[in-house]
Write a new protein. Structure first.
Length: 69
């Protein structure tokens, strides 16, 4: 149910805020991948969580774009 709350929070944001969140999530994913490659990451599940959050953000952005047409 945590993801439902996350999606509701995303839907309340503006398009600019969503784009900022998307950029931040992609940076975090890059850093996590780098840590994984150098064997410094402790929680590898975080990579999957961030990837799914990126997909959720992109889905909400697409929903908002199609609703404004």
């Amino acid at each position: 149910m945590k993801s439902n709350k996350f999606v509701e929070e995303l839907r309340a944001k503006t398009a600019d805020e969503l784009n900022q969140d998307l950029v931040a999530a992609k940076k975090e994913l890059f850093n996590l991948r780098f840590q994984n490659a150098t064997n410094q990451i402790e929680n590898t599940v975080r990579i999957r969580e961030v990837r799914r959050n990126i997909a959720r953000i992109q889905t909400v952005i697409t929903e908002k774009a199609s609703a404004s047409r």
